[in-house]
Ligand binder design. Structure first.
Ligand SMILES: Cc1ncc(C[n+]2csc(CCOP(=O)(O)OP(=O)(O)O)c2C)c(N)n1
Ligand SMILES: [Mg+2]
Length: 332
């Protein structure tokens, strides 16, 4: 009887724990979606000049992978990196502030949308040059191994990036030196306006791992729990000194490549198919099926929406950098 009661208590505790975990993941994905929608609006309202690259539809990859990391791990990402930086724990107001060029932005307003960096949370840079950050990730991972600090280094990049020299050089060296690196390819089917099949002779990008003697794993990038399982294995391998892993996360960018791209090149029906597999909808459905009270999901959505809007208003109210500060750390 006592054993039964203990088992029942354990089930309740586990259920609550998984409920809380699921809601935490959902909150982070909703925050990223909310920030991206607001950034889109800021650019169309002319509050920010230049361009931006948004990640609506890809939130489960960033959130799932970063959920497996701990303090002291590092992450690099691309110009489509707002989600990854938020998933590492950067504050939404500092992200908005950076995009608007404010002094209290993540990089003092000098980096903008494509260069969100927050070393305090392990976000070691967003890079606009395709492939540039893969060798940097190898360096970060090597540093962890050299210093024996148990850290791993994650690198997010796109499908198109697997055709660039730096990808091959980085994977080669990362594997040769058994660095604790995790290469996460977000296969969203397009590199700018080109469908993957018109630029790449193979369909499964994870196959490229074989050339470098590391595991290549394919995962449903819209299923946050699948992403977590896959990333956990790669992280464990890396921490155990067994070397890097290439993860190919299958996902879709629901918006154009950049601000000015209406994405007319997509075949009819493709967007709709992927919207039906929106990572946030999938997670909400799963939580509702499993354990969570639907009212809690609705409440959470409203809380996150309010928090994003408040972060935006805060960032808007911040001052621009002082004149002197604009020339500090500028090498020209
Ligand atoms: C070295 C280099 N070449 C070309 C570009 C122009 N460019 C910017 S994004 C991009 C496509 C990259 O596609 P992918 O790796 O699939 O990433 P996604 O944008 O889909 O996230 C290209 C070619 C660049 N920024 N850097
Ligand atoms: Mg792509």
């Amino acid at each position: 009887m006592a054993a039964e009661r203990t088992a029942a208590t354990r089930r309740v505790v586990e259920k609550t724990k998984s409920d809380e975990r699921g809601l935490e993941l959902l909150a982070k994905m909703l925050e990223i979606r909310g920030v991206e929608d607001e950034v889109q609006r800021m650019f169309t309202q002319g509050l920010v000049r230049g361009t931006t690259h948004l990640c609506q539809g890809q939130e489960a990859v960033a959130v799932g992978v970063c959920a497996t990391l701990k303090q002291g791990d590092s992450m690099t990402c691309t110009y489509r990196g707002h989600g990854a930086v938020l998933a590492m724990g950067a504050q939404a107001d500092a992200v908005f502030g950076e995009i608007m060029g404010k002094a209290k932005g993540l990089c003092g307003g000098k980096g903008g949308s494509m260069h969100l960096t927050d070393v305090a949370v392990g976000a070691y840079g967003a890079f606009a040059i395709v492939g540039a950050h893969l060798p940097i990730t190898v360096g970060l991972a090597f540093a962890s191994r050299y210093l024996g600090d148990d850290g791993v280094s994650v690198c997010f990049f796109g499908d198109g990036t697997t055709n660039i020299g730096a990808f091959h050089e980085a994977l080669n060296l990362a594997s040769l030196w058994k660095t604790p690196a995790i290469f996460v390819c977000e296969n969203n089917l397009y590199g700018e306006y080109s469908p993957l099949r018109t630029t790449t002779p193979i369909e499964r990008l994870a196959d490229r791992a074989a050339s470098y003697g590391m595991p290549g794993v394919v995962v449903d990038g819209n299923d946050v729990f699948a992403v977590i399982d896959t990333a956990e294995e790669a992280v464990a391998r890396a921490r155990a000194g067994e070397g890097p892993t290439l993860i190919e996360a299958l996902t879709y960018r629901q918006v154009g490549h950049s601000r000015s791209d209406p994405a007319k090149y997509r075949p009819p029906g493709e967007l709709e198919e992927w919207l039906a597999r929106d990572p946030i909808v999938l997670l909400e459905r799963k939580l509702a099926e499993d354990v969570t009270d639907p009212a809690r999901i609705a409440e959470l959505k409203e809380q996150v929406r309010q928090a994003v809007l408040e972060a935006l208003e805060r960032a808007k109210s911040w001052p621009d950098p002082e004149l002197d500060a604009r020339f500090a750390n500028v090498l020209a």
